[in-house]
Design a protein around this ligand. Structure first.
Ligand SMILES: Nc1ncnc2c1ncn2[C@@H]1O[C@H](COP(=O)(O)OP(=O)(O)OP(=O)(O)O)[C@@H](O)[C@H]1O
Length: 722
């Protein structure tokens, strides 16, 4: 499969990308593998591909990084639990020293036993050293127990502290960062960092321990014969090389394939989420998603198989190298003995020291390798911390005027970052200058994508203008305290969050810092006209609004919308922004909501209203009309109607829907369907997907897609009543 991926054509020209990829070079998933572009699966899912890993991995770099890795680990441990961190460090150093002392003591025992003289004398001479061995080993056992206990305490705390910091980062950055795919990728990779930090504690402890016992063994060997230390190192190098090579490949692969696995997880989530369940069933999207999931899993499995194959080969090479080095070591010892340059007792101690030393070195290599692998993920986490700090919502700033009269946008231009490469991004707002008088109802009107939502997000401080200023009575919003700015705003966004909590919490989450009182909740619910709806719920305000949990309840779209309005009312912000507040409401509820919005204006509340229902805009004090990111008209509804511009045109179109007669539906003879274009109203564009042959034939006289059925102003749509 990996081979297939390597040969797959990324450019879509059909030319093979490369004939033979080097086996040990991590293949990045090709477009058709990651994204299932084209090919037999035909659809482009639209996810962009990972642009390359930020790797700085090699043998020397890893060794160079060892002290800093240990320092990072110790810092994490220190932040989580100082006492436990101190205990682990002291216990591990103690254990390492105990091993060194016990080696020296064993050396002394051997020297006494192999020395000349009667056996009784030799045994008696060896007793003190034997006692020392016993004491040291008991001490080592006690230290090991202390370390196990302290590590057990430390590990979950380190993980919790790291996870909390991770989540804080995610919550504290600007909205633009959360929407930026590179930051998201960092969030994805860094999420493993907390678990890695936890594991690093154990590995670091073992590294410290192995380091100290290795130093002891190496010291003993150097004293015995200078040739023995290089031999010891030669014996252990192959396993070091093998472990590090495998770890590096695994990490490189992880980074190259992270986008792929993210996409796979997303598909899995889509298949299980209640929100997608209806379409999956009605449109038969299930098999389509499953096909993609299987294809993605297969390519991921192929990558795993490739890594396993390489690991097996590397392991074999390392084993052969170790075997040769071991033979050379023992041959050297034999040679030294034969040449008479080494005494037998020294050779015996050397064998012992070599065994201890190579065991320590092996442990060291394996643990450093594990430490290194985990440190890479902790490194991702730290990169996230640094990046999140840079992209964090600034704290502090100028105060906002307490009772401003006006918010004014001056030549505001804003383009969303991270649009498709190669295409010049069109600004969502271009050179917009307008005024929002406070204490009034200001409506933003315009066609889809004209920039209304973007404008209110800029007003709410969620984005910053690329150029131009937003002035609150002359105070530039760019310099003000963002928290204070947020305090002033209550917002019912188009896609406001439907929290999987109780109805009460769903309202109170509008201002979590306020004491949750029944009076405040009741007032907000009444303001949104949601009392009856909430009273009908099985447990009233305490009904859990998450169908996937036991006792959970599902609200309708309109019911949710009322709850969203109640949340904004509960917030009691100086400025209420409502973005399509009535899109899901029935005609009566919609009238009611607009009545309430009007009533709010009477109390001095500023309302910024985005709606396509122009009848509801009649009561606004001021209307701004946007078109493709530009302000094209401003004025009272009456002025704009009289002017006969864009607003008047849109208004007339909607009004016409209620007055125009419904034309008789032309009857087509069964099976006489003409080409789609022939049935479309002029100017109505068909979405690309509809043009793709689906393989399933439409029955004669089948319904056309809604968009193409609606000749402008010719039909009454019940949903538009308002
Ligand atoms: N988060 C985003 N990232 C990138 N582009 C965006 C984002 N949100 C909106 N856009 C783009 O900005 C432009 C303006 O979008 P906006 O949502 O402000 O329009 P709108 O007038 O509110 O539309 P609608 O009436 O459909 O709600 C559109 O071209 C849209 O594709």
């Amino acid at each position: 499969m990996a081979g297939k991926g390597q040969d797959a054509d990324r450019s879509g020209t059909g030319a093979p990308r490369r004939k033979r990829a080097r086996r040990d070079r991590t293949p990045e998933p090709s477009d058709s593998e990651v994204l299932l572009f084209g090919g037999p699966l035909r659809y482009d899912m639209g996810w962009s591909q990972h642009q390359g890993a930020f790797l700085e991995l090699n043998f020397r770099a890893m060794l160079r990084r060892l002290p800093s890795m240990l320092a990072v680990c110790f810092r994490l441990a220190w932040q989580a639990d100082r006492r436990a961190a101190r205990t682990v460090l002291a216990a591990e150093i103690g254990q390492g020293l105990a091993q060194a002392v016990s080696l020296l003591a064993v050396n002394a025992v051997l020297a006494r036993l192999i020395a000349d003289g009667p056996i009784e004398d030799r045994l008696r001479d060896a007793v003190p050293a034997l006692v020392a061995v016993a004491v040291v080993m008991t001490l080592a056992a006690l230290l090991r127990a202390a370390s196990t206990y302290a590590t057990g305490r430390l590990e979950p705390r380190v993980e919790r502290v790291a996870t909390e910091r991770y989540l804080e980062c995610a919550a504290a950055v600007e909205l633009a960062a959360i929407e930026d795919h590179t930051f998201h990728k960092l969030l994805d990779t860094a999420k493993w960092g907390a678990q890695s930090a936890r594991r690093m504690i154990t590995y670091s402890a073992r590294v410290v321990n192995a380091l100290i016992s290795l130093v002891a063994a190496a010291g003993v060997l150097t004293v015995l014969h200078p040739a023995l230390l290089p031999l010891l190192i030669t014996m252990t190098l192959p396993s070091a090389w093998s472990a590090l090579t495998i770890a590096r490949r695994r990490y490189t692969s992880f980074h190259a394939w992270v986008q792929h696995s993210r996409a796979g997880q997303l598909i899995a989530r889509l298949l299980t989420q209640p929100e997608s369940a209806p379409e999956i069933r009605v449109h038969g999207v299930g098999p389509f998603l499953l096909r993609h999931f299987r294809a993605m899993s297969e390519t991921a499995e192929a990558e795993q198989a490739r890594l396993a194959d390489l690991a097996a080969r590397t392991g074999l090479i390392a084993a052969a190298w170790t075997g040769l080095a071991t033979v050379a070591t023992y041959a050297t010892l034999g040679g030294l003995l034969l040449a008479g340059t080494m005494a037998l007792s020294v050779a015996a101690t050397a064998v012992l020291a070599i065994r201890t030393g190579s065991a320590s070195l092996n442990t060291l290599v394996l643990e450093v390798n594990s430490l290194h692998e985990e440190a890479l993920f902790v490194g991702d986490m730290q990169r996230l911390y640094a990046e999140a700090d840079e992209r964090a919502i600034p704290v502090g700033g100028d105060p906002l005027p307490a009772e401003p009269d006006e918010i004014r946008l001056e030549n505001v231009t804003f383009t969303y970052p991270g649009n498709s490469p190669g295409k010049a991004a069109r600004p969502a707002l271009s050179d917009v200058t307008l005024s929002v008088p406070l204490g009034r109802i200001v409506a933003l009107v315009g066609e889809n994508g004209s920039g209304k939502t973007t404008l209110v997000k800029l007003l709410a401080g969620l984005y910053r203008p690329d150029s131009g200023r937003i002035l609150w009575d002359g105070v530039d919003a760019a310099d003000v305290d963002r928290r204070e700015l947020a305090e002033r705003i209550a917002m019912v966004a188009q896609d406001f969050k439907r929290w999987p909590f109780t109805a009460r919490v769903n309202v109170a989450v509008g201002r979590p810092s306020a004491p949750l009182t029944d009076e405040r909740i009741a007032a907000a619910v009444a303001e949104a006209g949601a009392q009856d709806m909430l009273a009908d719920l099985p447990n009233g305000l305490d009904t859990l609004l998450a169908r996937e949990f036991s006792g959970g309840h599902q609200l309708s779209g309109g019911q949710w919308q009322r709850l969203g309005i109640a949340r904004a009312a509960y917030r009691r912000g100086q400025i209420l922004i409502v973005d399509e507040p009535t899109a899901a409401l029935d005609a009566r509820a919609e009238l009611e909501v607009f009545e309430r919005i009007r009533a709010l204006a009477g109390t001095g509340q500023t309302v910024i209203l985005i709606t396509h229902r122009l009848a509801s805009v009649r009561h606004a004090d001021l209307v701004h009309v946007l078109d493709r990111g530009r302000l094209v008209e401003s004025g009272t509804p009456e002025e704009l109607l009289a002017k006969g511009g864009v607003y008047a045109e849109l208004y007339a179109l909607q009004a016409e829907q209620f007055t125009a007669k419904v034309p008789a539906r032309p009857r087509e003879p069964a099976g006489a369907r003409g080409p789609a274009e022939a049935k479309k109203p002029t100017g109505a564009k068909e979405p690309a997907e509809l043009k793709e042959p689906t393989g399933a034939k439409e029955p004669a006289g089948a319904e056309e897609p809604a968009e193409s059925k609606e000749p402008t102003g010719a039909k009454v749509s019940a949903g538009e009543a308002g």
